[in-house]
Design a protein around this ligand. Structure first.
Ligand SMILES: [Zn+2]
Ligand SMILES: [Zn+2]
Length: 272
């Protein structure tokens, strides 16, 4: 049986105020009798009000005095049952949030994409080097050699035919193929850290949940220079009575940092 929060509050109060239940009953009875006396001795008294108030007050009063035990017992039983249910709901929410947090933490352990061989010149590269010391190009910025075994590849190849790995390419290029802008120094520290992580993970990391973007959605995006997504959000929301708008709260929260990164680093506008 489902019970509303209101009945829960009532039950709780019955338990807390069980000592006052009988006095409350007497007050009701006395007050209803006073009303009755008033109606008898005062001809001007509004009869309807008296009738409407008199009988319910008398009934409530008598019920409180007479059935005191039953009311309190019932309230206690219902309250205990509901309290248990509420606890299990709380536990359920806590568990869910916990799992979500653990998953996000796991995602945030950013894996650096490292190349063993330079995809531009084919020489082996230091795992920690951002740029190949032999040719001066980022190891994943070309498609001439396999990053795992150093064998020659052509630019349309997706898998190395010698060692079988998936060939990796550098994601952070602008639309016309020029290297991304990686100077984030004029941005707040939060975005500097986020963008560096996105860049260094070769965009396998796409930024964490952004509360500002969740709360301010299109306004947040527009102030950052991201305009395609807010446009779709606003047009879509007005066409669907807000449904698309609600979806975009979450899109901005989850994808916001990556949209912003794409604009800053690659001058690219993402729809979602
Ligand atoms: Zn090289
Ligand atoms: Zn290979």
């Amino acid at each position: 049986m489902r019970r509303s929060p209101l009945t829960l509050i009532l039950d709780y109060n019955f338990m807390i105020f069980q000592k006052t239940l009988v006095p409350f009953g007497w007050i009701c009875v006395v007050f209803s009798l006073l009303l009755l006396l008033a109606s008898i001795f005062d001809a001007e008294a509004p009869v309807v009000v008296i009738v409407i108030l008199f009988s319910p007050l008398l009934l409530i009063g008598i019920y409180c005095i007479w059935k005191k035990e039953k009311i309190i017992d019932g309230a206690m039983k219902r309250y205990q049952k509901n309290a248990l249910r509420i606890q299990s709901v709380e536990q359920f929410i806590i568990n869910k949030l916990d799992a979500l947090k653990r998953r996000r933490e796991a995602v945030q352990e950013v894996k650096l994409i490292v190349a063993k061989y330079c995809r531009n010149c084919g020489k082996d590269v230091n795992a920690k080097a951002e740029i190949c010391t032999n040719c001066g190009v980022r190891p994943l910025n070309e498609k001439k050699f396999c990053q795992e075994c150093g064998v020659e590849t052509n630019s349309n190849q997706e898998i190395c035919i010698k060692c079988g790995v998936r060939l990796k390419t550098f994601m952070s290029n602008t639309a016309n193929g020029s290297p991304a802008n990686t100077d984030f120094s004029n941005l707040p520290q939060y975005y500097q850290d986020e963008f560096r992580k996105i860049f260094e993970s070769n965009e396998t990391y796409k930024g964490k949940w952004n509360w500002a973007a969740f709360g301010f959605g299109p306004i947040w995006a527009l102030t950052k220079g991201v305009w395609v997504a807010p446009l779709i959000d606003i047009v879509g929301a007005s066409a669907t009575l807000g449904v698309v708008g609600v979806i975009y709260w979450f899109i901005f929260a989850i994808r916001g940092n990556y949209m912003y990164y794409s604009y800053i680093a690659k001058n690219k506008q993402l729809p979602i």
